[in-house]
Design a protein around this ligand. Structure first.
Ligand code: SF4
Ligand code: SF4
Length: 138
């Protein structure tokens, strides 16, 4: 048994909490709530790097982007992508085999599960509806 199976999100140490993030970047994309599903778009936060799939100024993100959420055990919910490790643990589900805590490789997430290589930084005038890439329940 490993910590994410033994502990709730609220019981995790800061190191455990941070290690849970798979670095997919999907929570930093524009996702539109519609009834019981969400429309997914290729548009991302302007600070989300298409090259790395990472925030380009994580230390100052709150000052630079007012919409940027700080995750807490309480705020984790179905507004997050359905592959988000925090959401999976909170819902009592297993981490996917490509998660670095399962496979030991932080690059595996970028083999089809992260925003690296396809996300487009949102600019004024861009229409999310014209940039749809799919949908998911929740
Ligand atoms: S500012 Fe926040 S929402 Fe934007 S890329 Fe950074 S962490 Fe993601
Ligand atoms: S969706 Fe979840 S696992 Fe992926 S980057 Fe965001 S917080 Fe981390």
């Amino acid at each position: 048994m490993t910590f994410w199976m033994q502990k709730s999100l609220a019981e995790m140490t800061q190191t455990e909490w941070e290690s849970l993030c798979d670095g997919c970047g999907r929570c930093c994309t524009v996702r539109l709530k519609r009834a019981n599903f969400r429309l997914l778009t290729r548009l991302g936060c302007p600070l989300l790097s298409p090259d790395t799939g990472r925030c380009m100024d994580y230390a100052n993100r709150k000052e630079r982007m007012s919409h940027c959420n700080t995750l807490t055990p309480e705020s984790v919910g179905n507004w997050l992508p359905n592959t988000c490790a925090y959401r999976l643990v909170k819902e009592g589900r297993s981490l996917p085999e490509w998660h670095h805590l399962m496979c030991g490789d932080r690059e595996r997430v970028h083999e089809g599960h992260s925003v690296r290589g396809w996300v487009v930084p949102m600019e004024p005038g861009m229409d999310p509806i014209k940039n749809l890439v799919g949908y998911e329940e929740g």
